[in-house]
Design a protein around this ligand. Structure first.
Ligand code: FAD
Length: 453
């Protein structure tokens, strides 16, 4: 027999239940990736990263990966017919776009008696599973995380061993990634190596150090997780084995993975929250727009706000396609609370540049900061970009790394160049807004809409 394994957000062979399922009855497996123009028409750095990951998958599948361009609703049924497969195997997709696409493919396959078989998801617990006693979705993180831990998850799926990949199936030429050679290693083996180094060297101090963007203290696995080069089940099992006593580092890391699972669950329950306010508490909040606001937003995008911590984060995003979590919060707060801009504007910019750009984590992360999402911090808590910098980058090293115009300032002075004689003398801009004033403005606007919904 022959089966088709359609890869999407699961570009690995280890801990892959859908792959194991596709191998049943000693089937020969046709591994396929569909280049869907609806997703790839808008090229971002993520597209290049995807191509690099596909090149790795091509090697691990012994050069048998089949690549086809087009609409999966026709490409997948055509391929199944061509190779005589009665089943197409996938890891279940849980985003609004993915769900609609898979339903359509399933229906198209069914017209000539073939099946779409979904096994597993990109999460330890599939979105939609963790429910309250009343059967409803959780709206707040902490009780979700508690229920998620109590629910538990299966251990990693066994490694498939030697897979009988089908040969002789026509494939287009693999798209070539334009990424430079010094970009971080790509693919399943590199993800596992990165993970094990983190486990050995960084996990113990993770709770205390993870908020320090000047130190390389987080796992940086968001990118491999995005492409499914590694599965969170593998991480959870190895954290537990590595740290059976449940140290602070292991606990905190597990909780961070729970945020990823929570936001996927929130999106599953509320598909519209991808681009609309999850809650209606701020429906009447006035936002700024127009040419003057566009100019300020451009300065934010380019890292020229005059607030060094904000600018360092925005420049890291453009240069690396990644930003430290602390900076994601501070820069998102700056756009929504200091520039009074609606969060989707910022969420779109992040998605255009983040290599780990993920609709659930990104857009709900933005809503959390903006105050429309789950667990929203009280509206009067507005991040102060200078104090955040002084606290989490105490020696100014992170700021100097990303802002050459501030390298002449020593230590924490880099966070407040306007205080030093000649601090702004190397081309670094003046502050585009006055934080204290904009904070008061935000509070006044929030006060004015309180209780209006
Ligand atoms: P680590 O600290 O090593 O954490 C391990 C893993 O836990 C991460 O890889 C990630 O999968 C998960 N995680 C950690 N924090 C969060 C969180 N707050 N929400 C969800 N998952 C989390 N994460 C993305 O993966 N993609 C995004 O597009 C994204 N956009 C964000 C936008 C905003 C405005 C905010 C505030 C957060 C966003 N995050 C996003 C969450 C978080 O910033 C990143 O996951 C994290 O910085 C990735 O670095 P890391 O892998 O070194 O994290």
């Amino acid at each position: 027999t022959v089966s088709v394994l359609w890869f999407r957000r699961d570009l690995r062979l280890g801990d892959h239940p859908a792959l194991l399922e596709s191998m049943k009855a000693d089937a020969r497996v046709v591994p396929v990736f569909v280049l869907d123009q609806r997703l790839l028409g808008h090229r971002t750095p993520r597209t290049e990263r995807l191509f690099a990951s596909l090149a790795d998958l091509h090697e691990t599948t012994d050069g048998r990966l089949v690549v086809r361009s087009g609409d999966p609703r026709t490409v997948i049924p055509d391929l199944a017919r061509e190779v005589g497969a009665s089943s197409v195997h996938v890891s279940r997709e849980t985003t609004p776009f993915g769900r609609r696409r898979d339903e359509a493919v399933e229906a198209a396959l069914a017209t000539d008696g073939r099946h779409l078989v979904a096994t597993g998801t990109p999460y330890a617990v599939g979105p939609g599973r963790i429910r309250t006693g009343a059967g409803t979705a959780y709206k707040v993180f902490t009780p979700f995380a508690r229920a998620w831990r109590e629910h538990g998850w299966p251990g990693p799926a066994p490694h498939p061993g030697a897979v009988r990949w089908a040969s002789g199936v026509d494939s287009e030429i693999l798209p070539r990634a334009a990424t430079s050679t010094d970009s971080p290693a790509v693919g399943e083996a590199a993800a596992l190596a990165r993970w094990r180094t983190f486990l050995d060297e960084r996990l113990a101090d993770y709770r205390t150090e993870r908020d320090r963007p000047d130190l390389d203290t987080t796992s940086r696995l968001s990118i491999p997780l995005k492409y499914g080069e590694i599965h969170p089940r593998t991480l959870l099992a190895e954290v537990a084995a590595h740290d059976a006593a449940g140290s602070a580092g292991a606990e905190t890391f597990t909780t961070e993975l729970a945020w990823r699972e929570f936001y996927a669950d929130v999106l599953w329950e509320n598909p519209d929250s991808a681009w609309h306010d999850l809650r209606d508490n701020l429906t009447h909040l006035p936002y700024d727009r127009g040419p003057e606001t566009d100019r300020l937003v451009d300065a934010w995008r380019e890292g020229r706000t005059g607030y060094p911590f904000v600018d360092a984060g925005m420049r890291q995003l453009l240069a690396e396609g990644w930003m430290h979590n602390r900076l994601r919060m501070v820069t998102a707060s700056f756009l929504t609370k200091d520039l009074h801009v609606w969060w989707p504007v910022g969420a779109r910019h992040f998605l255009d540049h983040l290599l780990d750009g993920d609709i659930a984590s990104n857009n709900h992360g933005w809503q959390w900061v903006a105050g429309t999402g789950t667990d929203a911090a009280p509206y009067f808590r507005v991040f102060n970009p200078v104090k955040q910098g002084l606290r989490f980058d105490p020696d100014g090293g992170y700021v100097r790394r990303w802002i050459p115009e501030l390298r002449h300032l020593e230590g924490a002075a880099a966070h407040e160049p306007w205080r030093s004689a000649g601090g702004l003398g190397h081309g670094y801009p003046e502050r585009i807004v006055d934080h204290d004033q904009e904070r008061r403005e935000t509070l006044a606007r929030h006060e004015s809409v309180r209780g209006r919904n």
